[in-house]
Design a protein around this ligand. Structure first.
Ligand SMILES: Nc1ncnc2c1ncn2[C@@H]1O[C@H](COP(=O)(O)OP(=O)(O)OP(=O)(O)O)[C@@H](O)[C@H]1O
Ligand SMILES: [Mg+2]
Length: 572
């Protein structure tokens, strides 16, 4: 919430213009009504009508109408321009912040929630900026001006005319009782749950269908809708009597009735001029309409406030701190010292890791599923910062390193490979967009995916995700090619068990074999052939290193790793 005033500050001028133009327009809109009243007075009073005066009044009314049209249009135009600018700014800020948060942060967000913030919530500021302020201000100003005028006509009938408004306002405290507010909260929460479960239901629909689990998976959605229906009923039920009372009080027939009864009494007994009654009939109705607008306006404001709150939450996610004076790494030795990390408080996934990766060596991480292998290797491209200890590259803590320098130095192939909706060649050349097709093809050959690419409808120009779909293993081979082409000195590979087919395996080994020179390689391999080629094997169990050494050495030791090996890499 604190971000809103700051975000709007540069636009205060336009914002004020929106409000002021709206108010002038609304007040000018009273002129035609007053003209009607004055016309009535002129024409109904005894004796011949004063033609000059009549035409003057008509002219004033017409000018008022014109001013109203022009000013409200201008206000609305500026408001919508401002709204567009502010929404763009919100989205830019969100995009910028999302570019700075730890990559790992996304893994824990529901995509539905994030999409809602960037899309719907940003759009929800529209009424807040383009409509509501002007409307709310005119809702106060117009009745105020009318009241002043009516008081000058007849203060007694003015008070009588205010009876419906007073009755309506008397209902407001009833809407704000603790239980009403609680119902409103419940309603909002139920609304939130329903949109989450819809998104999740749709996202998971293929799994749900495939496993015939419409029972269980569907239940979350059904429960959410039931809860929503319940709280909606309670909310509406609580409000309906109050709302009905308010509506009745503000309804034109009731207002007319009050004015007519009061006016007739004053004309017959109080000595009020009958022509004056016209002023109350014309303007009296105008007193109540804004009260209704106030209700809607506040609803919109509330909705916008909540939306802006959620936007603020995303903007408040601490970005990965960037060093003010980035250090320059010396060499490509990677060193993890006392590294601890947990995704959630109180549950450590890595429990004190000390590990040195020497340039020119391949280190294989092995261990049972869930032991923390992927988590460990994700620290190298700084998806997360460790909660304790440090990860250093060339003697420099990753936190002291410029992000671009880091991504130039460390390239990675992960289990959950994601390819972009772009051509195969663009996907491979992601890190080196200026690479020629020759280089792309060479990398693809090394990664054992070249032949498959040639089978695609448009070869290297095939757009993935629209013209062709690749299997998990194929996608991973593309990302191996990508990493090879990037030619970074530090390479991190997380081979997926599921894709560990012979061809991907072969691609991985070939890739590793061709890496000459001083490359630092950290690989999570599931196949014994890859592990056997490694210089060092690190056995991870439950977030801690339980054994390390050369593969032959560890086999000879005949302990944890030997057992792991004898099971073919499938630990317990
Ligand atoms: N994004 C996440 N949020 C919360 N917990 C996570 C997240 N990713 C992994 N974990 C947890 O951290 C632990 C280690 O997971 P990790 O993915 O590092 O294991 P792994 O050794 O790579 O397993 P596998 O061999 O199956 O890939 C697991 O208990 C897992 O539930
Ligand atoms: Mg893993």
């Amino acid at each position: 919430m604190s971000t809103t005033p700051g975000l709007l500050r540069p636009h205060l001028g336009s914002f004020a213009a929106v409000v002021i133009l709206q108010v002038i327009g609304a007040v000018a809109g009273l002129a035609p009504l007053l003209a009607v009243v004055e016309l009535g007075r002129a024409l109904l009073s005894p004796g011949p009508a004063d033609h000059g005066r009549v035409w003057f009044v008509v002219a004033v009314g017409a000018v008022g109408l014109l001013v109203r049209l022009v000013f409200t249009a201008a206000s609305s135009g500026i408001g919508h321009l401002l709204d567009g600018r502010v929404q763009l700014e919100f989205r830019r800020l969100l995009a910028a912040r999302l570019g700075q948060v730890p990559i790992g942060w996304f893994a824990r967000r529901r995509t539905g929630e994030l999409a809602k913030v960037v899309g719907e919530d940003v759009s929800a500021v529209h009424p807040f900026i383009a409509h509501t302020p002007g409307e709310l201000v005119s809702a106060f100003v117009v009745p105020l001006v009318s009241l002043v005028y009516l008081f000058t006509v007849d203060w007694r009938l003015t008070l009588i005319t205010l009876i419906p408004v007073a009755l309506a306002v008397a209902h407001v405290p009833l809407m704000m009782t603790a239980s009403r507010l609680r119902e409103q909260k419940e309603f909002d929460a139920a609304m939130g749950r329903i949109s989450n479960s819809v998104v999740e239901f749709v996202r998971g629909i293929s799994v749900v269908k495939a496993f015939g689990g419409s029972g269980r998976a569907h239940r979350a959605f059904v429960t959410a809708t039931d809860e929503f229906a319940d709280s909606f009923y309670r909310w509406v039920h609580g409000l309906s009597a109050i709302a009905a009372g308010m509506q009745l009080a503000l309804s034109p027939p009731f207002v007319l009735l009050v004015v007519l009864v009061g006016g007739t009494a004053l004309v017959t007994a109080g000595g009020m001029a009958p022509a004056d009654l016209l002023a109350f009939l014309v303007l009296g109705l105008g007193l109540t309409a804004p009260v209704a607008a106030l209700g809607h306006g506040f609803d919109d404001m509330q909705a916008a406030r909540r939306a802006v709150g959620r936007i603020g939450d995303v903007l408040a996610v601490p970005p990965l701190p960037e060093p003010a004076n980035p250090a320059v790494p010396r060499g490509h030795r990677v060193e993890l010292r006392g590294v601890r990390f947990g995704y959630e408080d109180g549950h450590e996934v890595l429990r004190g890791i000390d590990l040195v990766l020497e340039p020119g060596t391949v280190t294989a991480v092995v261990g049972p599923s869930g032991s923390g292998k992927s988590t460990l290797v994700r620290l190298l491209p700084r998806f997360f910062d460790p909660t304790h200890g440090s990860v250093a590259l060339g003697g420099v803590d990753l936190r002291e390193l410029d992000a671009r320098e880091l991504y130039r130095t460390v390239s990675f192939v992960f289990q959950d490979t994601s390819l972009l909706r772009a051509s195969v060649a663009e996907n491979i050349a992601l890190a080196v967009p200026q690479a020629g097709l020759d280089d792309v093809v060479r990398a693809a050959r090394l990664a054992n995916i070249h032949d498959r690419i040639l089978e695609l409808p448009r070869g290297y120009d095939t757009v993935i995700g629209t013209q062709a779909w690749l299997s998990g293993g194929e996608a991973q081979r593309i990302s191996i090619a990508r990493a090879l082409l990037a030619d970074a000195p530090v390479l991190v590979l997380d081979e997926a068990t599921a894709f560990a087919d012979p061809r991907t395996e072969q691609a991985l080994r070939r890739a590793l074999a061709t890496l000459e020179g001083e490359r630092t390689v950290l690989v999570i391999a599931h196949r014994m052939e890859t592990i056997a080629d490694a210089d060092t094997v690190v056995m991870l169990e439950d977030g801690a290193i339980v054994e390390r050494g050369g593969p032959a050495e560890l086999l000879a030791r005949n302990e944890r790793f030997a057992e792991f090996w004898s099971r073919g890499g499938q630990a317990r």
